[in-house]
Design a binder for this molecule. Sequence first.
Ligand code: ADP
Ligand code: ADP
Length: 232
Amino acid sequence: MIQLEHVSKTYKRNGTETIALNNVSLQINKGDIFGVIGFSGAGKSTLIRMVNYLEKPTSGTVLIDGNDVSDYTMQELRKTRKNIGMIFQHFNLLNSKTIFHNVAIPLILAKTDKKVIKERVMELLQFVGLEEKATNYPNELSGGQKQRIGIARALASNPSILLCDEATSALDPQTTDSILQLLQKINQAYNITIMIITHEMSIIQKICNRVAVMEKGEIIEEGNVLEVFGNP
Ligand code: ADP
Ligand code: ADP
């Protein structure tokens, strides 16, 4: 479970202050597919960085499974982050490395045994339907395939939370649908909590059960997707 309590984030640059998040409180329950929607600049990426604890809030608390991560040491934070997978709009794959290596990265960083890495990576590639691409390089894949690899890498360390930051924004509608179906399969098969950041309402309507609408650093509406948006 992810809880944000009265979280604010202010950026100071060249003497000007930007309030990226203003008193945001939010609860995402285990197994939710939770959408966060808003225009560019609404504070969505900042919110995801709070959840991933890549940045500290200016004020307020972030609780992951009931633990206040602001008290954590660097080592504890690293351990917590292993519990959180993330996928990105531009996939963030290493183009000079094979698909196998890309998916293996979190396991290599965790100093996992080579034999275990091999089994786990092939199992993940199979799960996303791309085991035949193991020895290919990212630039030999289509956008949808790259995102499948991004998903396999995000799942490598068995996270309980998957953060998706505009993960389908670079994809055509058909490919977007197949990625959303894969996310649904992950949510159901592993009971992974999924948080989706997007500016597209159709994505929220297709797969999320709960949604928060952000505007100018604040959550202006939150609830069940059907209550907030109605039927697609
Ligand atoms: P979104 O993801 O919804 O587009 P962001 O969280 O990226 O919104 O940005 C929210 C606000 O905070 C914007 O006004 C943005 O310019 C500002 N902001 C985001 N990151 C930084 C930063 N590192 N330094 C200064 N201002 C930032
Ligand atoms: P899409 O139409 O989904 O964007 P592409 O036309 O890019 O897909 O690719 C179609 C198929 O060709 C995919 O299976 C992809 O792996 C393969 N492919 C694309 N580019 C290359 C390449 N440079 N080398 C080998 N295979 C490639």
